[in-house]
Ligand binder design. Structure first.
Ligand code: GLN
Length: 484
């Protein structure tokens, strides 16, 4: 596959008969072998299964069938079940485990003829902001391999940025597709909570987890999203996206009169000057197209990051209790009795960050601390949601930088978990409020990508994509690819 092909370009070649799905997958696998020694974005490939699926797609194409993803290679974050394939979640504790079924989003992509080609590297159980908490070693940023690609969906984002696949799925609990998208110059959507089924997505913090589609352009993200949306009886939190028919084909939004809110808390102290100026230039593009800019305030912003890490660690401590050496993957010390086996397995299987969160979360949920931490964080979460609802009475969408900085050097934040958590300062409020947020390329600072984020009211996903599409028709940042 030619580096830099968007989904739309690859699909046009398939439909015109200029290439085949089998050729695309073959080329993608070659590219992976050539680049993986430096990028480390991939945990597993399944060439036989992928090539068989590609041939099936080719026979559907030959019969004149069309879907937005038919015959296109897709990278799957390794916390998504793809039946029969390894599922590691970036952890040692799932060593040897294979997915017994397909996640709903994976099944819907397969039914539409997409071809999964790889399981992507990730921070262990999706906890992290840099990709460095993976048991398989960090993935590297294709724009500068000495830097982090961002996490936790590091491998999914690198797969798109490096041209392994024009489409990837990640997951976003508190920014895990948006932060790396901004570090690597790709477009990624965190949907409204419930729009994409979580069935078959390994739970990190269930009240926040969402699957996030990743591609080069908003148009491509929308096309993939259109195939996966829709209520799923297997996920009781799933909802329909009312205007899903607008996703494919995606028409650019009319920006005239669009009221864009700019929260001062996202443009204040802590925002790197280089990032600020790129985002301001991007905002000029919106303004020239007729949008109006409105300073607003979201005073709960600081509380959001604190509440987020209390809620997440609490839910993590509950969700990760199932990894006990009995049911999945790794089992240690089988001779010392059940308790000894469980504790030896968890000790050997989990990395430092997983252990840190299990401990913090267990503390926050414990009798005596529950009200001071967990319950208080729940109340803060409600306030964050209320504040966004009020803001959307005065503006249509809210625009911010996706991250306060460009990609940071690998190793930079490893000794300081708090600094790592603060990378998510602009990302966690939307998940707490349950609203959609879209990250897309805004430009470059010293040859490193800078991302911009738009957030909208619940179920405005199609509108956010259309707004980014309008921006991408006026700019070409999203078309720039790294020199590899
Ligand atoms: N970086 C955040 C965290 O570590 C977000 C993770 C995610 O979205 N999966 O919790």
């Amino acid at each position: 596959m030619v580096l830099g092909s968007t989904m739309a370009e690859a699909r046009a070649k398939l439909v015109a008969g200029d290439t085949t799905a089998e050729a695309l997958v073959g080329a993608a696998l070659e590219r992976i072998s050539a680049l993986e020694p430096s990028l480390n974005a991939v945990i597993a490939t399944a060439p036989e299964a992928s090539l068989a699926l590609a041939r099936e797609a080719d026979s559907r194409i030959a019969k004149g069938k069309h879907t937005p993803v038919l015959g296109l290679p897709v990278a799957l974050k390794d916390n998504l079940n793809w039946s029969g394939q390894p599922l590691t979640c970036g952890s040692k504790i799932l060593e040897g485990y294979r997915a017994p079924y397909d996640a709903t989003v994976v099944r819907r992509l397969l039914e539409a003829g997409a071809v999964p080609i790889l399981k992507a590297n990730m921070d262990e159980f999706a906890m992290g902001s840099s990709g460095e908490y993976s048991a398989f070693g960090p993935a590297r940023n294709p724009w500068d391999p000495t830097r982090a690609p961002g996490g936790s969906s590091s491998g999914s984002i690198v797969s798109v940025a490096a041209g392994y696949a024009p489409l990837a799925l990640g997951s976003d609990t508190g920014g895990s597709v948006r932060l790396p998208a901004s570090f690597c110059n790709v477009t990624a959507l965190r949907p409204t909570y419930g729009v994409l089924s979580r069935y078959g997505l390994t739970a990190m913090a269930s009240s926040l987890d969402q699957v996030g589609p990743v591609a080069r352009s908003a148009e491509d993200v929308a096309a993939a999203y259109s195939v996966m949306v829709g209520k799923d009886p297997l996920d009781s939190t799933s909802v329909d996206l009312p205007d899903h028919a607008l996703l494919s084909p995606l028409l650019p939004a009319n920006l005239k009169g669009l009221r864009i809110g700019l929260p001062k808390e996202y443009f204040g102290e802590g925002l790197a000057p280089g990032v600020r100026s790129v985002v301001e230039t991007a905002l000029d593009v919106f303004q020239e197209a007729g949008a109006t800019l409105h300073p607003i305030a979201l005073p709960t912003t600081d509380a959001a990051i604190e509440a987020y890490y209390i809620l997440v660690t609490s839910e993590v401590s509950a969700n990760l209790s199932r990894f006990d050496g009995v049911r999945y993957g790794l089992r240690e010390a089988i001779s010392g009795g059940l308790d000894a086996m469980i504790s030896a397995t968890r000790d050997a299987g989990f990395g430092d960050e997983a252990k840190r969160r299990i401990l913090l979360g267990t503390f926050c949920l414990s009798k005596g601390h529950y009200e001071a931490y967990y319950l208080k964080a729940l109340k803060a979460r409600a306030l964050v949601a209320q504040e966004f609802n009020r803001a959307f009475e005065a503006v249509d969408v809210i625009a911010t930088p996706t991250s306060p900085t460009v990609a940071f050097p690998l190793g930079d934040r490893m000794s300081d978990p708090l600094a790592m958590y603060l990378a998510d300062a602009y990302a966690v409020a939307a998940p707490l409020a349950g609203i959609p947020a879209l990250a897309f390329p805004a430009g470059f600072h010293e040859n490193l990508p800078v991302g911009m984020q738009v957030m909208g009211p619940a179920l405005s996903d199609a509108r956010l994509l259309a707004i980014a599409h309008a921006f991408q028709q006026r700019t070409d940042h999203h078309l720039r690819t790294p020199d590899l």
